[in-house]
Design a protein around this ligand. Structure first.
Ligand code: AMP
Ligand code: GLY
Length: 421
């Protein structure tokens, strides 16, 4: 089989390695992939947002199955276009990807169908938003409606900070059209859990839970990033909580999307907060999370391609989705300075052992050398019988990945270890 994977980060590298475990997979094309993914797939320089280019390539290369991994092509309707060409796909159509593409849509859906989430107001006019903030409780959370490269959420500690954020979004257009509407919502507290789930719109099968580490600095300090590391499973997510989430959040979301005529097929990501009042939805993503995927897929015992095809054909109910009862930890190496400015073009070297456990996110190949090209550069994952061992092993393996000015957090998994005590 010839498989096409749209995207080019650590998540896509993890998906590709997992797909390749199936002996039926002959070729994997990554569009655009990256310098590290090139070791595992044929990378083709077509951008993930170039829907026409992707469609033309898929048609001319007899692609049998396509996996669309990132949010933007999903929101732009990449799956719709490929399906029209008769190519089965993993990923939601545009009318369902809106669950991530518009925060206003997601919040209104939850309100309409009674799915627990932070209380909120939506604003399309700056004056009204500012007036509301005069009396809103702080801290408060400001969210741009549309996709904003993971930067569209501001936790404001004061009213002044909140007003500045709203002005930046609605007047300064720092996120372009994504900030034309803003959501102002209640600040929630509690441990955060990421749950990715396979769903064909009828059946939903959650994957093993995970914990992201979003801040750049140790002890969750400093700026928000795309994620500096992950562990799975998330120790806060007990079986009892999982049951509550299934009944009050996961299944109601699938039913709500069906009722709206927006059946969701693919990987639905639930960003949850376990608040004193019970689990609530912080955000939905219409795709695999990154770097969550880098700990979740290494624990998958079932064949990924089989599960994905079951999602596409609506036969997930009969298909086993099994995870190892082990622990995984992923440590991200970033370029010093990320998520602000950073140097690019530094040579990356890896021991053979480290390379086998490392997914590459921000790198390009030049004259046979792997050079840094992004903020998050690599993710190194270890799987072990205990969380402690997985963390130790992930750090040891990540020592085998080197480039100038590499930065990593030193406490990935520490909070999870404390939860176990
Ligand atoms: P997002 O970019 O949507 O993943 O949000 C980034 C982070 O902001 C989340 O992982 C949470 O830590 C935080 N956050 C978002 N919404 C809220 C909220 N209502 N209350 C507290 N923290 C929040
Ligand atoms: N790690 C969070 C995300 O993928 O959005």
């Amino acid at each position: 089989m010839h498989i096409l994977v749209v995207g080019g980060g650590g998540r896509e590298h993890a998906i590709i390695r997992c797909l390749k475990k199936n002996p039926q997979v002959q070729t994997v094309y990554a569009l655009p992939g990256n310098g590290g993914i090139a070791a595992d797939a044929q990378c083709v320089p077509i951008a993930a947002t170039d829907i026409d280019g992707i469609a033309a390539f898929a048609k001319s290369h007899s692609v049998d199955y396509a996996v669309v991994a990132p949010d933007d092509p999903l929101v732009l309707g990449c799956v719709d276009v490929l399906e029209k060409l008769g190519i089965p796909c993993f990923g939601p159509r545009a009318n369902a990807a809106i669950i991530e593409g518009s925060k206003v849509f997601a919040k209104n859906l939850m309100k309409k169908y009674g799915i627990p989430t932070a209380a909120y107001e939506v604003f399309t006019e700056l004056d009204k938003a500012l007036a509301y903030l005069d009396t809103a409780p702080v801290p408060t959370v400001i969210k741009a409606d549309g996709l904003a490269l993971g930067k569209g959420v501001i936790i404001a500690q004061t009213r002044e900070e909140a007003k500045a954020a709203v002005r930046d979004m609605m007047e300064g257009h720092v996120f372009g059209k994504s900030g034309d509407q803003v959501v102002i919502e209640e600040f929630l507290t509690g441990p955060e859990v990421s749950v990715l789930a396979f769903t064909d719109g009828k059946t939903l099968k959650p994957m093993v839970s995970s914990m992201d580490h979003k801040r750049i600095g140790d002890n969750d300090t400093g700026l928000n990033t795309g994620g500096m590391g992950t562990v799975a499973p998330n120790p806060y997510y007990t079986e009892e909580i999982a049951k509550v989430c299934m009944e009050t959040i996961f299944l109601p979301t699938i039913r709500a999307m069906n009722a709206e005529g927006r059946t969701f097929k693919g990987c639905l990501y639930f960003g949850l907060m376990l608040t004193p009042a019970g689990p609530k939805v912080i955000e939905y993503n219409c795709r695999f999370g990154d770097p969550e995927t880098q700990v979740v897929l290494p624990l998958l015992e079932s064949d990924l391609l089989t599960v994905m095809q079951a999602v596409s054909s609506g036969t997930l109910e009969q298909t086993e989705v099994k995870f190892a009862t082990k622990h995984a930890c992923c440590v991200i190496l970033a370029s010093q300075g990320y998520p602000a400015g950073y140097q690019k073009g530094c040579e990356i070297t890896m021991t053979e052992e480290a390379a086998a456990h490392t997914y590459v996110a921000g790198a390009r190949l030049e004259n046979g050398k792997l050079l840094t090209s992004g903020g998050r550069v690599t993710g190194t994952t270890a799987v072990a019988d205990s969380l402690e061992e997985a963390i130790r092993e992930a750090y040891r393996l990540s020592d085998g990945v080197r480039f100038e000015n590499a930065y990593r957090r030193s406490d990935i998994g520490r909070r999870a270890l404390q939860a176990n005590r």
